[in-house]
Ligand binder design. Sequence first.
Ligand code: GDP
Ligand code: MG
Length: 162
Amino acid sequence: MLPTIAIVGRPNVGKSTLFNVLTKSRDALVAEQAGLTRDRKIGRGKIGSMPYLLVDTGGLTDASDGIATRITQQALQAIQEADRVLFVVDGREGLTAIDEMIAQKLRGFNTPIHLVINKTEGMQSELVNVDFHRLGFNPVHSISASHQRGVEALMESVLEDF
Ligand code: GDP
Ligand code: MG
């Protein structure tokens, strides 16, 4: 079994952008579960000679309609099945109530969580990180998915124990 890494977080923080950066140019799409493409998408990535599976999930919210509930269930299942979790937050918007809600959910799992502060291009990392450290996750990584900054170092850290 390849190491499996789930990407979770609220909508619009850059989960799919990160997924695409990590899986692109590898003919990466392993599976798009029929009818569930917005919920869970599995791709293949590689760091050095180490291949891994990446699972992109739909955004977690506090909404409780049918679609939101299904997306949340899919994300929780992805977390359950993963070896590592990337909890992505938006460094520009800062910590939100939804982030706190997701953090609360994540604390219920034994899976190691990496907090990933995205959209930090052009920002001073000391300033960006202060609020997010309150969530209590360790390690914390600052990246820019769209500018492809810090992404390599992130995956080296995530996979170092394999
Ligand atoms: P998702 O809903 O979490 O999957 O987020 P998406 O990957 O769809 O990205 C949401 C928006 O954030 C898009 O407009 C992206 O272009 C933008 N975005 C993603 N990564 C970055 C980043 O590193 N920096 C900035 N400034 N924008 C980003
Ligand atoms: Mg997405």
